[in-house]
Design a protein around this ligand. Structure first.
Ligand SMILES: Cc1cc2nc3c(=O)[nH]c(=O)nc-3n(C[C@H](O)[C@H](O)[C@H](O)COP(=O)(O)OP(=O)(O)OC[C@H]3O[C@@H](n4cnc5c(N)ncnc54)[C@H](O)[C@@H]3O)c2cc1C
Length: 418
């Protein structure tokens, strides 16, 4: 008998298992994949995420893999460029974009070292319940083996956005938006050296291009388009990918044409619905994408999974150590998760709709001319500046007050008087 069964061993499942095992619980993690194994995901990890890795004692291990630190952000909103970088989180003044083959394997190893049992190539087929409907275990199947039952008083779905645990428990979705984008990406070598520590993003009309440096002197370059474009994009991925780069980032397109080399196949996804799920019920809980999924455009998923793994581990500990009951602890977990994410969720959905409202467009002008404000904007995305502070009406108004009257008139729809 285990204390906790975790379904899924990537960004949410392995850290959760590690944290629970470190608190002395008997944890088993089941994943149908075996590691190292890639997954469809770009992999920009925010400074707030790296701060958690540092706290868990894993950051040095990750930096030792040779992943280049990202220390500058350069975002283009059409012709307007915003340059800066998030204020540091403690002494962490960088982001990293490690390959998922490296990152996920490191997390699995850390969970195993902490004492969690990891069963790879093990697929969970269904949940097991008692007569009252409370989840008490899983039916699972190791590669080539027979289906069997594992039991525990708590089963946690860290099994991604199409979570079986969520499906079988009927976990309610809320604040959901349909998929807004389709994104394809691949890896390149031979780009200019000044890109080695820079995250560059081009937002032009209905195209978003992102460039991030990663392991082995390679750069991940993604091209996102509105979800409606999915059918056409998929019909000729390479052509549409290069065309989007050419239209949104012509200098980058020339660089790719002049001697850069594409070193991997294209990967991508259009299954990018935005939603929260109620993350708990009798005997079960959800963490990571299973409980909260959003468009990847602002690169939040990995860092969010780590934050929520920590929140959930604390909540489970509260219950198992007898300090509080399940519903109270889990309601607290849901509340903290939502409070930490709701504003950046809204911003992500706005960015992923490719339609910035007039106020956001004018704010971009302020950011372009004020390095301090630009840093604070990047800090919101990086999780080092509280979103509620940056998006507070007083703060927005004081930034907008720097604009000339004509620009303010564009927001309010009145004519300028100055
Ligand atoms: C195109 C794209 C780009 C992205 N870019 C970024 C980015 O730059 N930065 C960022 O922070 N985030 C990004 N994300 C989001 C990020 O990938 C996710 O938020 C993150 O992987 C969530 O981790 P997770 O552990 O919750 O789920 P997953 O990574 O989906 O892991 C779930 C695991 O559960 C296992 N599993 C599922 N069902 C079963 C079952 N029945 N039995 C056994 N095992 C099962 C799977 O094998 C898998 O290993 C991106 C996502 C996409 C799609």
């Amino acid at each position: 008998m285990y204390d906790v069964i975790v379904v899924g061993a990537r960004c949410a499942g392995s850290p959760l298992a590690m944290l629970l095992a470190r608190k002395g619980y008997r944890v088993v993690v089941l994943d149908r994949a075996s590691f190292p194994r890639d997954t469809v995901s770009t992999h920009y990890v925010q400074p707030s995420g790296l701060a958690r890795l540092r706290r868990w004692g894993l950051l040095d291990r990750l930096t030792a893999t040779g992943c280049p630190p990202v220390t500058e952000a350069l975002w283009w909103f059409g012709e307007t460029s915003v340059r800066g970088f998030a204020p540091p989180h403690g002494d962490i003044a960088m982001a990293l974009a490690p390959r998922r083959t490296v990152l996920d394997a490191l997390l699995v190893d850390a969970a195993r070292e902490a004492g969690a049992e990891i069963r790879e190539s093990c697929t969970v087929r269904s949940l097991v319940r008692d007569d009252d409907g409370r989840v008490t275990g899983v039916r699972c199947q190791e590669q080539g083996g027979a289906e069997h039952t594992l039991s525990a008083p708590i089963v946690i779905g860290a099994d991604g956005r199409d979570s079986l645990v969520a499906r079988e428990t009927g976990a309610e979705k809320y604040n959901s938006r349909p998929p807004l984008t389709v994104v394809y990406y691949t890896y390149w070598r031979g780009l200019r050296p000044e890109r080695r520590h820079r995250n560059e993003v081009f937002l032009e009309g209905d195209k978003q291009i992102g460039v991030i440096p990663t392991h082995d002197d390679a750069y991940l370059i993604q091209a996102a388009r509105p979800h409606d474009f999915f059918g056409e994009y998929r019909s000729d991925i390479e052509r549409h990918y290069l065309k989007a780069i050419e239209e949104a980032a012509p200098a980058l397109a020339s660089e790719l044409a002049d001697g850069a080399e594409r070193v991997e196949r294209f990967r991508g996804s259009a299954s990018l619905e935005n939603f929260y799920r109620k993350p708990y019920g009798p005997g079960w809980a959800l963490v990571g994408d299973a409980g909260y999924h959003k468009d990847p455009l602002t690169g939040q998923g990995i860092s969010d999974a780590w934050r929520d793994a920590e929140l959930l581990a604390d909540a489970v500990h509260e219950v198992r150590s007898g300090h509080t009951d399940w519903d109270t602890a889990m309601a607290g977990y849901e509340r903290l998760r939502n409070a930490a994410s709701e504003l950046i969720y809204e911003f992500t959905c706005e960015a992923a709709s490719f339609e910035f409202d007039p106020m956001t467009r004018q704010l971009v002008r302020v950011l372009a001319e004020n390095r301090d404000e630009a840093d604070r904007f990047f800090g919101v995305i990086a999780g080092t500046v509280p979103a509620e502070e940056f998006f507070a009406p007083d703060n927005l108004l004081s930034m907008l007050a720097r604009l000339p009257a004509e620009a303010l008139a564009e927001i309010t729809g009145t004519e300028g008087t100055r």
